[in-house]
Design a protein around this ligand. Structure first.
Ligand SMILES: *[C@@H]1O[C@H](CO)[C@@H](O)[C@H](O)[C@H]1NC(C)=O
Ligand SMILES: *[C@@H]1O[C@H](CO)[C@@H](O)[C@H](O)[C@H]1NC(C)=O
Length: 160
């Protein structure tokens, strides 16, 4: 079997349930997101899919409401035990040390098709000091035939 075929076979089981984060923008470039299965939306590994922080960060104000926009880029709804999407926040230091982030929003996965845009209204928390934060979106598939979770992170600074 050629290496190419092995890679293709691996993709049949693993390259599913992609998650893109549109706003604030995810760390990896937002390319090919109008088609299911965008490579830039296939990030594995908690907490941020192994993507390095962006130098450019979006500035948010503590206490304001913000709409996080993300996309179920590739559907793999598992009806027997539906997964979920969540939005969490933590400081850059929480991310670096892999400490548990604070979950701000969670919604169950549904049979909505690939490319469905989803929104989460969150209230930006008030940190003790003005500092960089990470907003993480997660697609937990609960699907035994695919990776357990997909991650995206966006870099923001919360102003007091
Ligand atoms: C971070 O912690 C989670 C479990 O909470 C683990 O699955 C993941 O592999 C950890 N990431 C790193 C980079 O250690
Ligand atoms: C702001 O967001 C919080 C948390 O999601 C919500 O409870 C509240 O109603 C929102 N306020 C406005 C003005 O939208």
């Amino acid at each position: 079997m050629s290496a190419k075929i092995i890679v293709l076979l691996a993709c049949v089981s693993a390259c599913v349930a992609h998650l893109c984060m549109l706003s604030p923008p995810q760390r990896s470039p937002l390319t090919g997101i109008n088609k299911p299965g965008s490579r830039s939306c296939f990030m594995l590994g908690a907490p941020c899919g192994k993507q390095a922080p962006n130098i450019n960060k979006l500035y948010l104000s503590a206490g304001e409401n913000f709409t996080v926009v993300f996309q179920k880029n590739l559907n793999h709804f598992y009806a027997a035990n539906p997964g979920y999407f969540s939005v969490s926040i933590g400081s850059e230091s929480d991310e670096k040390n892999n400490r548990t982030l604070t979950e701000l929003y969670r919604t169950a996965d549904t049979s909505d098709p690939s490319l469905t845009i989803m929104t989460a209204n969150i209230m930006v928390p008030r940190p003790v000091v003005e500092q960089p934060f990470v907003i993480q979106t997660q697609y937990v598939s609960n699907n035994p035939t695919e990776p357990p979770a997909f991650y995206q992170c966006a870099d923001v600074v919360i102003m007091l």
